[in-house]
Design a protein around this ligand. Structure first.
Ligand SMILES: *[C@@H]1O[C@H](CO)[C@@H](O)[C@H](O)[C@H]1NC(C)=O
Ligand SMILES: *[C@@H]1O[C@H](CO)[C@@H](O)[C@H](O)[C@H]1NC(C)=O
Ligand SMILES: *[C@@H]1O[C@H](CO)[C@@H](O)[C@H](O)[C@H]1NC(C)=O
Ligand SMILES: *[C@@H]1O[C@H](CO)[C@@H](O)[C@H](O)[C@H]1NC(C)=O
Ligand SMILES: *[C@@H]1O[C@H](CO)[C@@H](O)[C@H](O)[C@H]1NC(C)=O
Ligand SMILES: *[C@@H]1O[C@H](CO)[C@@H](O)[C@H](O)[C@H]1NC(C)=O
Ligand SMILES: *[C@@H]1O[C@H](CO)[C@@H](O)[C@H](O)[C@H]1NC(C)=O
Ligand SMILES: *[C@@H]1O[C@H](CO)[C@@H](O)[C@H](O)[C@H]1NC(C)=O
Ligand SMILES: *[C@@H]1O[C@H](CO)[C@@H](O)[C@H](O)[C@H]1NC(C)=O
Ligand SMILES: *[C@@H]1O[C@H](CO)[C@@H](O)[C@H](O)[C@H]1NC(C)=O
Ligand SMILES: *[C@@H]1O[C@H](CO)[C@@H](O)[C@H](O)[C@H]1NC(C)=O
Ligand SMILES: *[C@@H]1O[C@H](CO)[C@@H](O)[C@H](O)[C@H]1NC(C)=O
Length: 563
């Protein structure tokens, strides 16, 4: 899916430029629009307020992009430091539906802190792999846009993490979050089953090719609607014909609210079909179709002879009639099973008026893995971070991949702390023993002082306690003497003049074999976690290539259009 499809972005970019060039005065919604790597916030031509990423992310550096004339691509945040993940932590309300969007545009940096190619990294939302970004050469310095819809459960934050691959530096140019009506994209929460939607495409069918890109404020949710112009077009309706959603529609779960600008054009035909290639591993497809009769009919005629249509997604189909000028919508979630394609079909049954399609969209739907680090352990880690000045580790400690300095077990408990060589000062915090499942504690090669807490004895599973090369003093708890894997050498205050310590010779440092085994363990864990998440590469624009419109067919039926 990579390679040439990426180039298609340039067409959409042109459309975006047109849109951004329009100065639209409109009231600004409560959106969160982050201009990553920017030094100052700004308000764009559509009246959307962009903020810097200060406060949302604690790692990475700002890079200015000299070739970019298009906002929000002036700057990027680049994660040069090698870490298992770099996370943005964004505020959300509980039990709410959000649209999340990023743009990645590598451009050319004005400084030496450039984005290194080849680059490969995964972007995750809480525990879900959202997309894999991979650019091989400088030719991939194009803008890529990604979107998802997620439902926030009991957490008041969402973690958007950049999980580094073997090469290059992860980077991001913008992160946008829009809260949606809780009834829209209802599949993210239907029946208490939580799903993560990964955007494939959202198409505004029939929009004339030289009209501007539809986005905010034409869409109060600020979604991107791609024009699909190779089609019959029903024509722009007299807008007095367009009726708003009814009160009933607005309280119907699954109502996604297409804006009027999207509804005012349509494809018309007796058999409208679009085919997409299934993303590898995508378990389900979620599609929504938007309808509104905009042809030159009277209300009485429409009521007497409704527009009859049958909507299909692979093996599933549904009949609907339009008998008023009010908008209607159909959405479907289907299991993909062994299908390699997703076929969206719309037909008009025999003898009826040709079908009309104003817009449609497609997403892959993944069931949400709600795992989080054990709440008690997470609280203890927070206090250790504050004691040791490690607050720049953000996101969940264990998921989707663990912080470099912790290891977790299958029950989301912390079993290992590796804070070797972290320049830590002060006493060993008593809070450590509240991580009751700890098997390994490495605090060696720091500047810790004070005594070794007796309370560490309560850690029943402790196998390794590396405290060498610190400034610790006093006795070694007797229970820790002569235990393999417990090392205290290089602490001048231990077992020295005046001390009532019985320990004698310094213990050797942990066997190198142990160290490398542990490294292997953590690498393996990382691999398994990532592989199990079933990542999909989704490049919005690439989908246009797969959006195979059977153009000839409806062209020949354009004569059916009543205007
Ligand atoms: C969110 O939904 C859950 C389950 O329906 C409910 O128990 C909880 O009170 C809700 N929380 C908020 C803040 O609405
Ligand atoms: C991203 O995820 C995929 C599968 O989900 C995995 O194969 C790949 O190694 C991951 N890449 C990185 C950079 O983590
Ligand atoms: C495209 O633009 C031209 C000139 O602005 C205009 O005459 C024409 O009607 C437009 N076409 C459509 C389909 O809107
Ligand atoms: C639209 O329809 C209304 C009522 O049918 C009519 O009054 C108005 O003139 C029409 N406008 C256009 C531009 O055709
Ligand atoms: C649509 O209208 C036709 C004709 O009025 C009717 O036979 C059919 O049952 C209706 N279908 C639906 C889904 O309402
Ligand atoms: C409906 O279509 C089928 C197959 O195209 C055709 O055999 C049948 O005669 C049609 N029926 C009507 C009422 O047009
Ligand atoms: C350790 O801390 C000292 C004093 O705070 C500082 O000067 C030094 O640069 C730090 N070293 C590292 C490797 O962070
Ligand atoms: C430990 O070191 C800190 C400075 O890092 C110092 O303020 C404190 O008094 C020391 N405590 C002991 C017990 O030596
Ligand atoms: C040290 O060892 C001596 C005898 O070997 C013993 O009497 C004393 O209690 C020990 N002290 C501690 C603190 O363990
Ligand atoms: C502990 O972390 C340090 C880096 O801080 C790393 O060099 C070392 O290999 C780690 N040790 C183990 C056993 O994972
Ligand atoms: C529409 O698509 C068909 C086939 O995909 C192609 O042959 C035709 O030239 C296209 N028409 C326009 C106007 O782009
Ligand atoms: C709409 O239909 C009416 C009656 O069929 C016709 O008089 C009128 O000109 C049509 N309007 C347009 C814009 O085609």
């Amino acid at each position: 899916m990579e390679g040439s499809p990426h180039r298609r972005w340039s067409a959409v970019l042109t459309a975006l430029c047109t849109f951004f060039a329009l100065a639209v005065n409109s009231s600004v919604q409560e959106f969160l629009s982050i201009d990553c790597g920017a030094d100052v916030g700004r308000t764009d031509g559509a009246g959307i307020k962009w903020v810097t990423d200060d406060g949302y992310v604690k790692t990475g550096t700002n890079v200015q992009l000299e070739t970019s004339k298009i906002f929000p691509f002036y700057s990027a945040r680049v994660f040069t430091e090698k870490r298992s993940k770099h996370c943005y932590v964004l505020p959300v309300r509980k039990n709410s539906t959000y649209l999340l969007r990023t743009i990645q545009y590598a451009g050319q940096s004005t400084s030496t802190a450039s984005i290194a190619f080849p680059v490969s990294f995964n972007v995750t939302v809480n525990n879900e792999v959202w997309y894999s970004f991979s650019g091989q050469t400088d030719l991939d310095r194009l803008p890529f846009l990604f979107e998802s819809v997620f439902y926030s459960l009991q957490k008041e934050e969402v973690d958007v993490c950049f999980v580094a691959g073997a090469s290059g530096t992860p980077f991001v140019n913008s992160i946008e979050m829009r809260e949606l009506n809780p009834l829209s994209y209802y599949e993210v929460q239907r029946g208490g089953v939580y799903r993560f939607l990964v955007f494939v495409g959202r198409y505004n069918t029939g929009q004339p090719s030289n009209s501007s890109y539809i986005s905010y404020p034409d869409d109060p949710y600020d979604r991107y609607w791609l024009r699909v112009t190779n089609s019959s077009r029903a024509g722009v309706a007299n807008s007095s014909v367009l009726a708003p959603p009814t009160q009933a529609d607005q309280t119907t779960a699954g109502w996604n609210f297409a804006p009027e600008r999207v509804q005012e054009d349509a494809w018309v035909g007796t058999d409208l079909s679009v085919q997409f290639i299934r993303a590898e591993g995508a378990p389900r497809a979620y599609a929504a179709w938007y309808f509104q009769e905009i042809r030159n009919l009277t209300a009485a005629e429409l009521l007497r002879n409704p527009t009859q249509m049958v909507v299909g997604l692979n093996y599933k189909s549904l009949a609907l009639n339009l008998s008023t000028f009010n908008p209607q919508q159909v959405s479907m979630l289907v299991e993909l099973e062994s299908s390699t394609t997703v076929d969206l079909n719309l037909i008009s049954p025999n003898g009826s008026r040709p079908a009309i399609l104003n817009a449609f969209e497609l997403h892959w739907a993944y069931e949400v893995d709600q795992s989080t680090t054990n709440a008690n352990d997470a609280t203890v880690l927070k206090s250790l971070q504050s004691i040791f000045g490690l607050e720049d580790w953000q996101g969940d400690a264990c998921y989707p991949v663990a912080w470099d300095w912790v290891a977790c077990d299958g029950d989301s408990r912390i079993i290992e702390l590796n804070l070797s060589d972290k320049n830590l000062t002060g006493p060993i915090p008593d809070a450590i023993v509240e991580l009751t499942q700890l098997q390994k504690i490495r605090l060696d090669n720091n500047k810790l002082n004070g005594t070794i807490p007796q309370s560490l004895r309560t850690l029943k599973n402790l196998q390794i306690l590396a405290l060498d090369n610190n400034n610790l003093s006093g006795d070694i708890p007797t229970a820790f003497l002569d235990r393999a894997g417990f090392t205290f050498f290089g602490n001048p205050g231990i077992c020295q003049v005046g001390g009532n310590c019985n320990s004698t010779a310094p213990k050797p440092s942990p066997a190198p074999a142990e160290t490398s085994k542990s490294d292997d363990d953590s690498n393996e864990k990382f691999f398994i976690v990532i592989a199990a998440l079933g990542l999909v590469i989704v490049v919005l624009v690439a989908q246009l290539v797969f959006c195979h419109v059977r153009g000839n067919r409806y062209r020949s039926r354009a004569a059916h259009v009543v205007t």
